[in-house]
Write a new protein. Structure first.
Length: 269
């Protein structure tokens, strides 16, 4: 059995467009769909439980046709009370066939999930055919390298990359994921495109990555769905998906598809 599909959201995972992406993935599964919400990206936030309850309500109310049975995986902090290595905390992942994780901090996500039982179970269920949906911070953390967005954008850290979870290595892909690619939060005075980095700073960041690594850049209110069964990726949403490798860019709009070859490691490993 091939790995299950993966939806990577630039943002808008609970919008009407986002709901349609979840529907498309859940339609492949048998009802009642066992949904696991992984809290790690927002595990440092005092309102993390509130965020999870809103997500639970979204799945239960807006995807009710699939009779989702939603459980929260409170894997908030390595070594803490809600430890991603605790068998009790991560128990809902053992039977999940739809795994969701979303907003928060990309660097925190990678730091507190890498090498844990929670991540092992996510990989195991995904390899067994479970669908995975990752939004915003979780999507950014999923690739080979992770952009420390808050540290650079809010705290003024030097431009850098951190090791990511490298989930897609199992598919032979060498990819770094970025969301919020067309963000305009800064208005006319501050360029916040390119995942809040702006075009000028991102040029430096791009050259700090290994040349063979593909950047999968996803606009807001847009998802890129990776389908291991067909070896293709598709675009769904209001924006576009941009694939950058070396100095070459290919841009794909809503409903477009492209082969995994654009994201594959050069050696095919």
């Amino acid at each position: 059995m091939p790995h299950g599909p993966v939806a990577l959201f630039g943002s808008g995972e609970t919008s009407n467009r986002g709901r349609r992406v979840h529907e498309a993935l859940m339609a492949r599964l048998r009802a009642p769909v066992q949904v696991a919400i992984v809290e790690t990206p927002a595990g440092f936030q005092p309102n993390v439980a509130v965020i999870s309850e809103r997500l639970r309500a979204f799945f239960e109310q807006h995807l009710s046709n699939f009779r989702p049975e939603v459980r929260v995986v409170a894997a908030r902090r390595r070594g803490g009370v809600y430890d991603p290595d605790s068998p009790t905390i991560v128990a809902p992942l053992r039977r999940a066939d739809y795994i969701f994780s979303g907003p928060g901090s990309p660097s925190y996500t990678a730091r507190h999930l890498a090498g844990t039982l929670a991540l092992d179970l996510i990989r195991e269920r995904w390899a067994g055919g479970a669908a995975v949906a990752l939004a915003s911070a979780a999507a950014i953390a999923s690739g080979r390298f992770t952009l420390p967005v808050y540290e650079i954008y809010k705290a003024g850290d030097d431009l850098s990359w951190l090791p990511g979870l490298d989930l897609f290595r199992e598919l032979g892909l060498d990819v770094t994921v970025l969301g919020h690619w067309n963000n305009t939060e800064g208005g006319a005075d501050l360029d916040t495109t390119h995942c809040f980095m702006g075009a000028d700073r991102f040029r430096y960041l791009r050259h700090m990555l290994p040349a063979e690594t593909a950047v999968l850049a996803i606009d807001e209110h847009t998802a890129c769905i990776l389908d291991p069964a067909t070896g293709t990726a598709s675009v769904s949403g209001a924006g576009k998906v941009t694939v950058l490798r070396r100095d070459h860019a290919e841009i794909f709009a809503d409903s477009a598809t492209f082969p995994f070859a654009l994201l594959r490691r050069p050696d095919g490993a």
